[in-house]
Ligand binder design. Structure first.
Ligand code: ADP
Ligand code: MG
Length: 391
């Protein structure tokens, strides 16, 4: 970390991003709009971010030569996803301005470390235990956490690397089926709703945040986000924002951070997990806010002033998964975009992925409107037009 001596990086400089998926693409587009060049390091030449910048380093995330080139060509570097090898991040941290810093990303890479941080900061999280061995999987301690969800400590996303466990007898087998890697078993909670808080923290500790959005998951994957959150009580929203800000302070975080929360049926607020980057649930900010999560990612990285973003329109965002590119018989098709683009307030974002696959995030569709109800009506019409079950 070189927090104290960090100078403001003026437009015209080049910013680096490790990872070339849709988050890297939208970061690049925001950086370019603000007058910066962008260099993307990513092994796949057709990746979404590689398509939008001429400065592209085709290398694995831990390739020494690639990292040297990235550090040489960028005034500051950010990451677009958390599963970058820790050694690569540590190297970048000492050779270039990196935000978020390696230690913060390392915490977000590991569910056990995340939960330890939540606990240290007195932010409630699900009752849990680490399962790192066959012996731990057979311990009597686990009974109190059942029915539970066994999650790999690392590399899980979109519900992958998880198994529901209903009895103690199932646990050793479930652990082996997940690869016998370090896991966390947490109690399956009775959810009333899910929300996320996206905040931005500058190097000097200044923070701004978006209003929490309510999130709807289907099969472990984010299906839709709603801003403002329709069912969230203001007092719980306030508590969630406070907890998220405390987490960012606790990590001495720099950049965009997303914290996911559950509100339980009994009203309790519980932190679930966090992401050291812009988040899928914040994609609506591109169209609903005066400054998006990607604009603020750029500002935090270059040391520009942050300004509290304003939600100027109600929004509903729907994820567009690869499933939409296949008909009932499994044949390829193009989704009926004209049928959704004719709806009021539609913003279609596609990530340039050539190969649609079931469950793969291909794009998102945001509906903005003057009222939450109007945004909801358009989004429901879009679901009908695309063949998605209504929410
Ligand atoms: P991922 O990294 O795949 O997003 P999450 O831990 O966020 O993993 O889990 C994905 C979804 O599964 C959550 O958004 C929530 O809907 C559900 N879920 C996760 N943990 C629990 C839990 N302890 N109790 C109930 N539902 C859960
Ligand atoms: Mg999640």
């Amino acid at each position: 970390m070189k927090t104290a001596s960090f100078p403001y990086i003026a437009p015209g400089a080049t910013l680096g991003v490790l990872g070339g998926g849709q988050l890297g693409r939208m970061f690049s587009q925001a950086a370019q709009a603000a007058g910066y060049g962008v260099v993307v390091m990513e092994p796949d030449a057709h990746a979404p971010a590689a398509q939008v910048t001429p400065m592209y380093i085709s290398a694995a995330y831990d390739d020494a030569d690639g990292l040297h080139r990235l550090a040489r060509s960028a005034a500051a570097v950010t990451v677009e996803f958390e599963n970058v090898p820790a050694a690569a991040l540590r190297w970048l941290d000492t050779h270039v301005q990196l935000a978020p810093h390696a230690q913060a990303v390392a915490t977000c890479q590991d569910r056990a470390a995340e939960k330890a941080l939540f606990t240290r900061l007195a932010v409630p999280c699900a009752p849990h235990v680490q399962i790192n061995s066959e012996e731990a999987a057979r311990s009597t301690e686990v009974a109190a956490l059942l029915p539970g969800i066994l999650k790999t400590a690392r590399m899980g996303y979109d519900g992958k690397g998880q198994a529901v466990v209903t009895s103690a007898a199932e646990l050793p087998g479930a652990w082996r089926a997940l690869g016998g890697v370090p896991c966390v078993l947490e109690r399956k909670l009775d959810l009333h709703l899910e929300l996320s808080v996206i905040l931005v923290r500058a190097r000097d500790g200044e923070m701004v945040h978006f209003p929490p959005q309510q999130n709807l998951h289907r099969s472990g994957i984010l299906f839709a986000s709603f801003a403002p959150a329709p069912e969230l009580e203001p007092i719980i929203a306030e508590r969630a924002v406070k907890a998220a800000l405390a987490i960012a302070d606790g990590l001495d975080y720099v950049g965009v951070l997303c914290v996911e929360f559950f509100v339980l049926k009994d009203g309790a607020l519980v932190a679930n997990e966090m992401a050291p980057r812009p988040h899928n649930s914040g994609h609506h900010t591109l169209d609903s806010c005066d400054c998006s999560q990607f604009d603020l990612q750029v500002r935090a990285l270059v040391g520009a002033p942050l300004a509290q973003p304003r939600l100027h329109s109600a929004a509903v965002m729907i994820n567009l998964l690869g499933d939409l590119w296949f008909d009932a018989a499994g044949s390829r098709r193009e989704p009926d975009w004209p049928a959704v683009l004719c709806l009021p307030g539609a913003h279609l974002h596609l990530y340039g992925k050539r190969d649609p696959r079931l469950g793969r995030k291909m794009g998102h569709l945001t509906f903005t409107a003057a009222t939450p109800q109007a945004a909801r009506i358009s989004a429901l019409q879009a679901c009908a037009a695309l063949g998605l079950a209504p929410f």
